[in-house]
Design a protein around this ligand. Structure first.
Ligand SMILES: Cc1cc2nc3c(=O)[nH]c(=O)nc-3n(C[C@H](O)[C@H](O)[C@H](O)COP(=O)(O)OP(=O)(O)OC[C@H]3O[C@@H](n4cnc5c(N)ncnc54)[C@H](O)[C@@H]3O)c2cc1C
Ligand code: SF4
Ligand code: SF4
Length: 1024
């Protein structure tokens, strides 16, 4: 039995009383001093880990004003507040040991879009892609780009002055800010935009923080003009934090926004922004040039600038190799052909956008003519090029490039690429030489790294691979950073070229020299007591306190190394999460991660769960628990003997006894086990796998609820239940029965059994059961046409018609289809962490399948989720110890059988269908979605793939009473609209049993399986 984890780092009393007073002040948002929230928000994407005292989620500007006014009271002058958006900072920008104020949970409304004047007014918790999605129908976009566009907030972008690909054309975030509303530390709301001197002096005449700040900044601008000019480098990426070089606009107006943009939450809470929007260029193309040397690609990029592209990005072979191993490669592979013998070492992605198609073509031709001439001369290092035409193709390649940052973290082994010198900027003409020296520094430490960057802007992204769990590697952070800082100075560049300063602000005083005291004065005018995100950018001059130091802030590796290697190894599916936040993707039509989208609670995200898991393992390790041993002993424990201790612990828990395991459990129970994280997380964090291991251990201490046993045994009970389908269904139809089940069993809206009895129907229709004997007796010819359909509990007993239709379709297509005997697959057991029972069930099932696999007949499964269990959960459970037969998804196998799918003249009334994908299938077998399209096309039909997220059911998750509301919320985020769209009526097909039952439950919609539509078509052809 695992011990109780009751000793967690306590909250300081001053913070507790601050939170109490805040709650009493009419604060409408959430205040969360619980350990789970604190742990989850203790990391961003940096190497650091700092435990906050609590997390505050304000609902609106009033809330933030309440918060700062309280912090302004004398007794709370040492309370520290750190604003936070998406938490994707790479340098610890939003980390604090005070209170985190997260604006992304509630303050994420788009307030106004003015299409005519081309601007939008947003709360700053709005995610960049969320804004772009809303304005796309108007032909507009918010131009500053960044790799984290699907989860970084406008507030975070403004505060780091974010930019990325395309910055030479479109500039940085500050270039698109029209006005800002900022809550200053005295509680007043500053509205800032470029102002004339008259307005400036009127503001300066006041006595509040705003007046003081305006006086200070104005005085610095006027008295230090020469020093500012000498200190601030002339780069495409102007230096922010604080940008004293642009206080006056070109028209001579005073612009406080130049100081606020890039201030990293150290001057105030920016609550609202008015940003300008640009028309989306009508035409876009990317020329993708391949090179046999990375240096060659960098040096060639300079020449490419002369052909006037919109942007140029360079990627090295390491990054490309990682992209190749990811799900995303499916969508872009055609643009990066690799001929035999070729060794691609670098790529330049040259982007062109234009409003005239002819102009675009002419501009591209100038480039391709040059490339062709170069190839004829055999010169340069180019290997060839492809052209991706149109926004859709261009966006696919940019998505791959954006994901590559995260993918870098997915290197094998313990040394993983980490950010600390990852965004240097130098004048583009110095870039190639700078990089060569940079590489020499890294090579001298024998560290591995991947590189890519915005070569047009002189920005390089590098993440050296270190293992900070190994104490001896820690000093390299300081040594390498010092050397890189010196190199950037040598090449007239910056250490902080793109991602802001954060903990690396330590290098600011040396960089600014005498001017640093002015930077400090700015800080002091806005935040005289150093309460806002202290230790970053600058400290108030008068206080004489230091900035943070890169080697004094706690490192995540320092915590992780407290977990013994064997415990880390056992939970490796969560250990490598590097916090890049790709799982915070805002898009409801993306499969990642439904529980986060349905709750907007970061505890309920893959990153949240991985963070809690690591902290839980650390706690267990502190208590001397060997988790692998503990799991083993659970598997051999006696349920009767452990019952009473568990009962006692459960009673204590109900009475409110604290155990951190309960907080972890709550987060794990919110997971749908949809496996989208496994497919889409660049690091392949696998929540269902480590969750199952956690649950097994958790229930060695506490009693399981009855529903777990019911769900776990469903696959075993269902054949018996199916003997009396009418009685069972009658019961399930009664409202009182549902109420009772919901209340006492924890299960609601239980699905009804099929009215058909599979066994009976099989004999009526002559469907053959697969047995070793039956297969052995097949002739060689028959064997070549034979296929075995593997049953699963859901389709066989709740959707029997689908099994029958599958068998009919296969036989009409000319195959000899056999049905494997029904055996529980074990997935529900795995989901709920019954690991011993799962292993036993899987073993038996494998025995059965292996007895049939002797003659090499193909196996196919109908339900994607159950079928994919063989590839993941089974493989993980048995490793190399057992051979697991390949169970194809239906479409994967059909797509290989082109000869059988002869194109027929279209006989169906409908010829175009729309596929509502199942998330596990879409994210874990991405290529198979195209297979469906191919199969449809071979049969003369068209299948369009609808962009949808999760349906919210995920096996039995949606049937658990505790999850019903979230399940419905998730369904409504993306499925509901499509299921009810009149233009899609009778045209939708869905592959997942869960998805079909969810559409039925909430919208009374009957979505057929794609096979059933094919069958209808094939039947009609034959009838004709
Ligand atoms: C994989 C990866 C790729 C990245 N690629 C890029 C890139 O291409 N270009 C780029 O510029 N950056 C990039 N970054 C860095 C990061 O995404 C950006 O800095 C982003 O702008 C941060 O936004 P956020 O909402 O996550 O802010 P957070 O990380 O939450 O906060 C960033 C800073 O802003 C402050 N802040 C946030 N909201 C407010 C507010 N409303 N008021 C006051 N202060 C606030 C915080 O205190 C903090 O100092 C990348 C990061 C990762 C992990
Ligand atoms: S779970 Fe994956 S996607 Fe989410 S933060 Fe961790 S590594 Fe990134
Ligand atoms: S399995 Fe699904 S719900 Fe669970 S963490 Fe992963 S993406 Fe989120």
């Amino acid at each position: 039995m695992i011990p109780k984890l009751s000793e967690v780092s306590p909250i300081q009393t001053k913070y507790l009383s601050f939170i109490e007073r805040l709650n009493a002040s009419g604060f409408a948002g959430d205040t969360n001093p619980d350990y789970a929230n604190r742990v989850v928000l203790s990391t961003d994407n940096s190497i650091y880990q700092v435990l906050p005292q609590g997390v505050i989620y304000p609902k609106n500007t009033d809330d933030i004003q309440r918060l700062v006014r309280l912090s302004n009271q004398e007794e709370f002058h040492d309370i520290v507040l750190s604003p936070r958006g998406g938490g994707t900072g790479t340098n610890g920008q939003s980390l604090t040991d005070g209170l985190i104020v997260d604006l992304s949970k509630y303050m994420n409304r788009i307030l106004e879009i003015n299409v005519e004047e081309g601007w939008a007014r947003v709360e700053t918790g709005v995610v960049k892609d969320q804004l772009n999605k809303a304005i796309k129908p108007h032909g507009l976009f918010f131009a500053p780009e960044l790799s984290t566009s699907n989860r970084a907030t406008i507030g975070g972008m403004i505060n780091t002055d974010a930019s990325g690909q395309g910055s030479v054309m479109y500039g940085k975030t500050r270039d698109h800010v029209l006005s800002l509303k900022t809550v200053l530390l005295d509680g007043e709301l500053l509205e800032s935009f470029p102002i004339d001197d008259e307005t400036l002096s009127s503001i300066q005449s006041g006595s509040d923080y705003s007046a003081h700040a305006h006086r200070t900044v104005d005085a610095i601008q006027k008295t230090k003009a020469q020093e500012i000019q000498d200190t601030f480098p002339e780069l495409n990426r102007c230096l922010t934090g604080y940008d004293l070089a642009h206080i006056r606009t070109e028209d001579g107006l005073f612009n406080m926004n130049s100081v606020l943009c890039g201030s990293e939450g150290t001057l105030g809470f920016i609550v609202e922004a008015k940003v300008n929007l640009l028309p989306i260029p009508t035409y876009a193309a990317l020329v993708n040039i391949r090179y046999n040397s990375f240096e060659g690609s960098l040096r060639h990029a300079r020449e490419l600038l002369a052909v006037n592209p919109t942007s140029i990005e360079t990627v090295d072979s390491k990054v490309l190799g990682l992209a190749k191993g990811d799900i995303i490669w499916n969508s872009v592979a055609e643009f990066f052909p690799e001929k035999t013998g070729e060794n691609i070492q670098g790529i330049n992605l040259v982007e062109y956008t234009d409003n005239s198609e002819q102009n675009l073509a002419d501009r591209i031709k100038v480039l391709t003519d040059k490339l062709d001439a170069l190839a004829e001369q055999g010169g340069s290092n180019t290997l060839g090029y492809t052209i991706a035409m149109g926004h859709s193709n261009v966006n696919k390649i940019w998505a791959m490039r954006k994901k590559s940052v995260g993918l870098l973290g997915n290197a094998e082994g313990e040394k993983r690429p980490i950010p600390f010198v990852e965004d240097t900027a130098v004048p583009p003409e110095n870039l190639a030489d700078f990089i060569m020296e940079f590489r020499a520094v890294l090579d001298s430490y024998e560290v591995q790294y991947g590189m890519f960057g915005h070569v047009d802007a002189g920005v390089l992204h590098v993440r050296p691979a270190l293992d900070l769990k190994d104490e001896s590697q820690e000093p390299m952070i300081r040594e390498i950073t010092d050397k890189v800082v010196a190199l950037t100075q040598k090449y007239n560049g910056l250490l902080w070229g793109e991602h802001g300063k954060g903990v690396r602000s330590e290098y600011a005083p040396a960089f600014f020299g005498d001017l640093y005291s002015s930077v400090q004065q700015v800080k002091g005018a806005f935040d005289p007591r150093n309460q806002l995100n202290p230790g970053k950018i600058a400290t108030p001059f008068e206080l004489g306190v230091d900035l943070l130091k890169i080697d004094e802030v706690p490192l995540r590796g320092q915590f992780d190394r407290q977990i013994p290697i064997k415990n880390r190894e056992q939970f490796k599916e969560g250990m490598y999460c590097n916090g890049n936040g790709a799982c915070y993707n805002f898009d409801p039509n993306d499969a990642m991660c439904p529980s986060w989208k349905g709750t907007r609670d970061r505890k309920h995200s893959p990153k949240g769960r991985a963070s809690l898991m690591r902290e839980w393992l650390r706690g267990m390790s502190e208590q001397g628990v060997d988790t692998a041993k503990a799991s083993k002993s659970v598997k051999h424990s006696n349920a009767l003997i452990s019952f009473f201790p568990k009962l006692k612990n459960t009673i204590e828990k109900r009475r409110g006894a604290y155990d951190f395991s309960n907080e972890v459990h709550e987060s794990m129970m919110g997971c749908l086990a949809c496996k989208s994280c496994v497919g889409q997380c660049p690091i392949k964090v696998d929540v269902p796998e480590f969750r199952a291991k956690f649950l097994e251990l958790y229930y060695s201490r506490y009693l399981r609820p009855a529903k777990d046993y019911l769900i776990g045994s469903l696959e075993f009970m269902v054949p018996t239940m199916a003997i009396f389908p009418r009685t069972y269904n009658w019961l399930m139809d009664r409202k009182w029965a549902n109420k009772l089940s919901s209340k006492y069993l924890g299960l609601t809206d239980n699905p009804k059994l099929s009215k058909y009895n599979l066994k009976k129907e099989m004999s009526l229709r002559g469907i053959r059961l697969a047995t070793p004997l039956a297969i052995e007796s097949l002739s060689y010819k028959d064997r070549s046409r034979a296929v075995i359909v593997v049953q699963d509990a859901f389709t066989s007993y709740f959707e029997t018609q689908l099994v029958l239709d599958t068998m009919e379709l296969l036989s009409r297509l000319g195959f000899q289809a056999y049905l494997a005997p029904y055996m529980p697959n074990g997935k529900p057991l795995h989901v709920h962490g019954f690991m011993r029972a799962f292993n036993k069930t899987a073993r038996k099932n494998l025995d059965m399948l292996q007895s049939l696999s002797f003659y090499g007949l193909p196996f196919i499964g109908i339900d994607p989720s159950m079928t994919l269990t063989y590839r993941s959960e089974y493989t993980k459970a048995f490793g190399h110890n057992r051979q697991i037969p390949k169970i194809h998804l239906m479409q994967e196998w059909l797509a290989e059988k082109k000869d059988h799918l002869i194109k027929q003249p279209l006989m169906c009334e409908e010829s175009t269908y729309h596929l509502m994908t199942h998330c596990t299938e879409k994210t874990n077998a991405a290529g198979s979605i195209k297979d469906w399209q191919q199969v449809y096309s071979l049969l003369g039909l068209e299948l369009k793939v609808e962009n949808v997220g999760c349906c919210g059911m995920a096996g039995t998750y949606g049937h658990e009473t505790a999850n019903k509301d979230t399940s419905k919320t998730i369904y409504e985020l993306s499925w509901k609209e499509k299921v009810n769209a009149p233009e899609l009526s009778n045209k939708l097909v869905a592959t997942g049993y869960s998805c079909r039952s969810q559409a039925k439950r909430f919208d009374d919609a009957n979505l057929p399986h794609p096979i059933q539509v094919l069958l209808k078509h094939v039947r009609e052809v034959v009838i004709q």
